[in-house]
Ligand binder design. Structure first.
Ligand SMILES: NC(=O)c1ccc[n+]([C@@H]2O[C@H](COP(=O)([O-])OP(=O)(O)OC[C@H]3O[C@@H](n4cnc5c(N)ncnc54)[C@H](OP(=O)(O)O)[C@@H]3O)[C@@H](O)[C@H]2O)c1
Length: 281
């Protein structure tokens, strides 16, 4: 990626995670990363100092220097940002939006002819372990998708999906870390109610999660198969799983993903997109 110069528009948590991954994994040199924000000069200066990147309080220098833009503002600030960018982004500038819930159609209407990619990372980008889905806009080429994939591979694992499934992706991996945190909270609570100290319950629960995740990632076995292997007939695990299924565990998770996806569609409609998709697709 020696030719790539990235301009981060928005210098918050997601920009920080991406910069950390890109520099930490030597995908880019600090000189090839620009960042700007709206008004918080201290936060921009801290980001600039932490990574020795180029910070600028205004957009023109960043827009002139970058061939890849990353839009990393909150959804509520998007329309204001698009108004500022209208007519200033070049059609040779790959523009990647990590903004949750803003459909490509909305971005394409304001940035006509610009190659756009929508990305849905998750909060684990901060520890370089995001599950990220990308979806390509009308003017994005395979080369643009390869560049975006390399950027997000620096903070985890990246998949390419059509925009119509991005809401489900949001429900599964975008919001997913919170479901896992909720499960771990419940395990810690259960352990402490039954006599463990909080520290011990946390330590055991977190290591159990890490171990199970590594088994899944490294063995590539079906999770059902791994579950069956630790479930001896008549044993403790079988007794526990029986309780979870009686209480509707799998159904609750399925409905949670479905509700999050529906909420993503509602949010997209609030921004004038049609169910999160471009009507032209
Ligand atoms: N955090 C995550 O793990 C995560 C995961 C998936 C998706 N996302 C998406 O990533 C986006 C950013 O999230 P975040 O957590 O990084 O938010 P954040 O920490 O609040 O950062 C938002 C940044 O946007 C800047 N900004 C707002 N309006 C601007 C404008 N008109 N021009 C330039 N900069 C502007 C803010 O500047 P000031 O501070 O000066 O106001 C701030 O630097 C969100 O849309 C979110 O949905 C985040």
């Amino acid at each position: 990626m020696s030719q790539v110069v990235i301009g981060m528009i928005g210098a918050g948590n997601m920009a920080d995670a991406l910069i950390k991954g890109l520099l930490g994994r030597h995908v880019l040199l600090p000189d090839a990363v620009w960042a700007t924000n709206r008004s918080n000069r201290e936060r921009l200066a801290a980001l600039q100092a932490r990574y020795s990147i180029r910070g600028t309080p205004t957009k023109p220098a960043l827009l002139a220097a970058s061939n890849v833009l990353i839009l990393a503002v909150k959804p509520k600030d998007t329309l204001q940002l698009l108004a500022e960018l209208e007519g200033t982004v070049r059609t040779d500038q790959l523009t990647i939006s990590v903004i949750a819930g803003i459909p490509l159609a909305v971005l394409e209407a304001k940035l006509p002819g610009v190659p756009l990619i929508r990305a849905m990372p998750n909060t684990s980008a901060a520890v370089l372990a995001s599950a990220t889905a990308l979806t390509a806009g009308l003017h994005a080429t395979d080369e643009h998708v390869r560049t975006a994939t390399r950027i997000f591979d620096a903070v985890g694992d990246t998949v390419l999906v059509p925009e119509e499934v991005l809401d489900v992706v949001t429900g599964l991996s975008g919001s997913g870390p919170a479901y896992v945190y909720r499960l771990i909270e419940a395990m810690i609570h259960g352990g402490t109610e039954l006599g463990l100290t909080g520290d011990l319950a946390r330590r055991l629960a977190v290591q159990t999660l890490i171990g199970a995740a590594r088994m899944l990632a490294e063995s590539r076995e079906d999770p059902g198969e791994l579950r069956r292997r630790v479930t001896s007939p008549g044993g403790t695990t079988m007794a526990a799983l029986g309780v979870l299924e009686d209480r509707g565990f799998a159904l609750a998770v399925r409905d949670a993903i479905s509700r999050a996806a529906e909420r993503a569609r509602e949010m997209a409609r609030e921004f004038g997109g049609r169910d999160g998709q471009d009507a032209k697709r």
